[in-house]
Design a protein. Structure first.
Length: 158
C-alpha cells in the first residue's frame, strides 16, 4: 500500500470496470511519470466528456447532441432496429459497415445478482418505440444463460 495521493489514485483507477489492482497501479505510475502536458490533456478530455456527452433521446447511444449521428442520418432504414446492450455494441456492428438500420441501446443486461432488472434498462422505451414507430419486426432474443449469447444483438427486421 502506498502513501496518500498515490494510493488514492490507485484506488480510484481500480474502481473503473476491467481495471484490477495491478492495472490500476501501472496506470497510476504511468500518470506520475508522464509529462504534465499529457496529464493535463487527459484531465481536460475527462472534464469535457462529463460536460458534453449525454444519451441520444431516440436510441440511448452516447451522443454530444440530443440525437446521435446514426439517428440523425436520413439514409438509415427506420424500419429495421437492432437492439443492443451497450454503446460499444453499436460501435462493433458499425465497424462491419453492413447494418443500415437504427439501434436501441438497452444500457446493460438484466442481472438479478447485480440488482439490474428491466426497470434499470431502456426496455420500456424500447416497447414505446416499437409501438410508435413503423418498425417491421421479427425478434430473435438472445439466450440468457450464456454471456456470449447475451452479447449478441437482437435483430428486429422485416
Amino acid at each position: 500500500m502506498y502513501e496518500g495521493i498515490i494510493q488514492e489514485l490507485i484506488d480510484e483507477l481500480g474502481r473503473l470496470p476491467g481495471i484490477g489492482p495491478k492495472s490500476a497501479q501501472r496506470i497510476a505510475f504511468h500518470i506520475v511519470q508522464s509529462e504534465r502536458v499529457d496529464v493535463n490533456r487527459l484531465v481536460e478530455v475527462l472534464r469535457l466528456v462529463k460536460e458534453r456527452v449525454k444519451f441520444c433521446t431516440q436510441c440511448f447511444n452516447v451522443a454530444e447532441e440530443d440525437e446521435c449521428k446514426i439517428c440523425r442520418d436520413p439514409r438509415r432504414d427506420p424500419s429495421v432496429l437492432c437492439v443492443v446492450e451497450e454503446s460499444k455494441d453499436v460501435v462493433a456492428i458499425e465497424k462491419t459497415r453492413e447494418f443500415r438500420g437504427k439501434y436501441h441501446v438497452l444500457g446493460g443486461a438484466i442481472s438479478p445478482i447485480d440488482g439490474i432488472g428491466p426497470e434499470q434498462l431502456k426496455i420500456r422505451e424500447l416497447l414505446t418505440r416499437l409501438a410508435d414507430e413503423r418498425i417491421m419486426r421479427s425478434s430473435s432474443p438472445p439466450t440468457p444463460t450464456l454471456r456470449v449469447k447475451r452479447r449478441q444483438p437482437i435483430w428486429l427486421a422485416p
